[in-house]
Write a protein that binds this ligand. Sequence first.
Ligand code: PEP
Ligand code: MG
Length: 325
Amino acid sequence: KREQLELLATVEAVTKDGVTLRLAGNISSVKELKVALKYGAGGVGLFRTEFLYMDRSSFPTEEEQFDVYKQVVEQVGDGSVVIRTLDIGGDKHLDYFQLPEEQNPFLGYRAIRISLDHKDMFKTQLTAIVRASAFGKVKVMFPMISSVEEVQAAKAVLEEVKQELADRGVPFDRNLPVGIMIEVPAAVMIADLLAEEVDFFSIGTNDLVQYVLAVDRMNEQIAHMYHPYHPAVLRMIRMTVEAAADAGIQVSVCGEMAADERSLPLWLELGISELSMSPQALLKVKHRALNTIASEARTVAKACFRHRTSLETEEKLSAFVRRSG
Ligand code: PEP
Ligand code: MG
């Protein structure tokens, strides 16, 4: 089965009735990029840079980061690379960076909150990212955004970095696209306002599900309550897509939901054409696309958006996969 799937690596992800999907990889290292490319990723939809900061004894330097970002960008070639700024806190820690003991780490000192609070570190990372944009299609993305002020503050630091590089005559992409993760319910509710600030959204369903349902994504005891197909989650995703469409900006999905082949009808119905997922899931999702009639999938999804329970949607989507073969 795996070997058969591997034959699909170079095939485009197109539904039986001609809807094309762009499948990208979520990566955290150059090694993972190689796997993503082997399985036919058209780009990187999420580069989780925190792994560059882990398993070492001090912050990576600008040069060290630049070197990795450049390698990724060059190896991806024509496709784009979405580089997400540091997302530590929550469950991810650095040995050399003392984070406070917190009652609720996932509601605490995390991601963009840390970056905005440690401007030197943030600038170092942004400088490395912006420099890498001279070598291919780089997009920068901020995690855990929950307000317009945060986006504006992050963009201001980015502007400073670009100005400094310009002054030094260092080449970079002047139109470097800027995007944010939509993974906090507040961001969904103000998605129209956030859309005025950025070039793209990427929906992070892993955190979005946890925050919408108040179900800790790491807590085994309540894992049975962690429902990506909960009507509240589906409505949040739809709101985000509608806000992005109204503003004319791109929206993709990069959480684990994108890797679940059963979700495909939802994306087709919402008009989401870009999905980013762990490299291991790429071929399975592509296979699903190739076996799907988008018009039928949309009918199924329309019903899902009206369901009152997660279970109904999950069953409906699973049955559709079985029927499609
Ligand atoms: C997410 O939250 O869905 C996501 C893609 O980011 P991470 O899993 O790294 O938090
Ligand atoms: Mg997240």
